[in-house]
Write a protein that binds this ligand. Structure first.
Ligand code: F6P
Length: 528
């Protein structure tokens, strides 16, 4: 495979970044009165303004050459066609098939049809609990991709909920999150959705066992579990774990990565709480972005531009961070979702040839819902020593918002982006201001506008970031679709549980031994 640093474009970009080093965003706007229009793009209903990024036409020309040199067009087609692009696990990464409708393998629609029938039954009351009551609450038990995507979507679209059960997401294994939730629920009206691709994740299995005990404490009816537990997994033995009928098991496939799986039956919590039509609208929005990604020329391709802007920041401006600032309460889980999507995909150090890379790969992704962030870390962004790129995500209208509230959100978002770029020294009244009060400006951001926060535009937004991540992985020549980095920790934790129980800690390092001793001592004293 091609190392990006051997591309002529890479060397040209290194020269270009030197040439640009004294050019500010203000200079770029002064040089092109059409800059805002020329560095904006609309696709799949989304509008991206990247004019406040420190790039010129030349920058983009070189970045798209870099992508072309990496073979992006052909690799994109390969991914979209379901070829085995996940080369360390020898499987496709075919999440786009989940939203491809009749162009996809028939088993996908067949499983969606099963999911639709089940969700309809729960929502119309024909599926009842063990004592004949309707299901009023859904509890999704899962972690990582088996939690973050459905959780984020359910919250993002919660303003559209019309009837249907409430949905709760439990991911943490420390017991408190589950206990605090179940304390508010009734076993007779609660449905547990156990979501795990492998069905081997300790956190989820632990929570499922606790949930089962909670149900069994309420009824001796041995048939109750079949009314209150379903499984979602790529492991065909999932239902066996709880002696459930096959009808209670929903499947997806090993070529769907966990962090790319919300479009499959992993998203059943979305369809249960919001209805299948909303879920299908989500799929349709993603499919529209897929189509754009597959067909738009590189320089007019939104996922390509978003990915390359990140590479410009990461590999040429040396900024290994990306802030996500969604200006809507409904999108408050978006940063956490994108953290897994981006960092578990591109947090890699070895290329496709098995060589350790000598260039930066995945950036650290963080953020918080605006306007809250203005009272948390916008100070750091505006007056700190680092110039960190920000993606503002701004829905222009959302449910349950008054025109005045909408106006405030929009004004706040645009203001922060403008001040990051301009600072406050251009304003005459502050010309003589002392330096303590100066905002330097020249700080980069992009703004993504959704006309409204509905399933279709949300689907397009999430697909946009999925493809952005893929674009970057291709340029960096890394595998976005495996996650070997998390497997070892899981196995070690399992071994440590045994060693903490037995007290046999000799094989561990001195620090682990000392820390374990604290726990054992505390546990001992707690028993007395
Ligand atoms: O974080 C590691 C990981 O394997 C993720 O990729 C996955 O989404 C999560 O754990 C949960 O895995 P599972 O769905 O198999 O329980």
């Amino acid at each position: 495979m091609t190392r990006p640093t051997t591309s002529p474009a890479w060397k040209a970009l290194q020269e270009h970044v030197e040439q640009q080093s004294n050019t500010t965003l203000a200079d770029l706007f002064a040089a092109d009165e059409q800059r805002a229009q020329n560095f904006s793009l609309t696709a799949a209903g989304l509008h991206l303004d990247y004019s406040k990024q420190p790039v010129t036409e030349r920058t983009l020309e070189l970045l798209t050459s870099l992508a072309a040199d990496a073979g992006l067009p052909l690799k994109t087609q390969a991914m979209l066609k379901g070829e085995r692009v996940n080369y360390t696990e020898d499987r496709p990464a075919w999440h786009t098939a989940l939203r491809a409708g009749e162009d996809a393998p028939p088993e996908i629609e067949a499983e969606l049809h099963r999911m639709e029938a089940f969700c309809t039954a729960v929502r119309d009351g024909s599926w009842l609990g063990y004592n004949g009551q309707r299901i009023t609450d859904i509890v999704n038990l899962g972690v990582g991709g088996s939690d973050l995507g459905p959780r984020m979507v359910c919250h993002a679209l919660s303003g559209h909920a019309k009837g249907g059960p409430s949905v709760h997401f439990i991911a943490n294994a420390d017991g408190a999150e589950l206990a605090l939730t179940l304390n508010k629920l009734e076993p007779a009206t609660t449905l547990f959705v156990v979501v795990s691709k492998t069905f081997g994740t300790a956190e989820t299995r632990s929570n499922a066992d606790s949930a089962l005990s909670w149900l069994r404490s309420a009824t001796s009816d041995t048939g109750a579990i079949a009314r209150h537990f379903i499984t979602v997994s790529a492991n065909p033995k999932a239902t066996e774990t709880f002696n459930l009928p096959d009808a209670n098991g929903f499947t997806f496939w090993d070529w769907v990565g966990g962090r790319y799986s919300l479009w499959s039956t992993v998203g059943i919590g979305i369809a249960l709480s919001l209805g299948m039509p909303v879920f299908r609208e989500l799929l349709a929005g993603a499919a529209e972005m897929d189509q754009h990604f597959a067909t738009a020329p590189l320089k007019q391709n939104m996922p390509v531009l978003l990915g390359l802007l990140g590479i410009w920041q990461n590999n040429f401006l040396g900024v290994g961070q990306q802030v996500i600032l969604p200006y809507s309460y409904y999108l408050e889980y978006l940063p956490a979702y994108l953290q897994q999507l981006e960092m578990e995909s591109n947090g890699k150090r070895v290329d496709s040839d098995g060589q350790v890379v000598d260039y930066a790969t995945g950036a650290s992704i963080w953020g918080q819902v605006g306007t809250n962030a203005q009272h948390a870390f916008l100070q750091w962004l505006q007056q700190g020593t680092a110039k960190i790129p920000v993606d503002f995500v701004l829905p222009l209208t959302v449910p349950l918002q008054t025109p005045e509230q909408q106006l405030f959100q929009v004004a706040s978002c645009l203001a922060q982006s403008a001040v990051l770029m301009r600072g406050n020294q251009a304003d005459n009244s502050t010309a003589a201001m002392d330096i303590q009060r100066q905002l330097p400006g020249d700080r980069p951001s992009s703004t993504l506008i959704l006309p409204t926060l509905d399933a279709r535009h949300l689907g397009a937004l999430l697909a946009l970031y999925e493809h952005k991540v893929f674009v970057q992985s291709v340029v960096w020549d890394i595998n976005a679709f495996d996650q070997w980095g998390v497997e070892h920790g899981k196995h070690m934790a399992s071994g440590l549980m045994d060693d903490l129980t037995s007290g046999e800690l000799g094989q561990h390092d001195p620090s682990t031994r000392n820390l374990a001793a604290k726990f054992i001592e505390r546990r001992g004293s707690a028993k007395n």
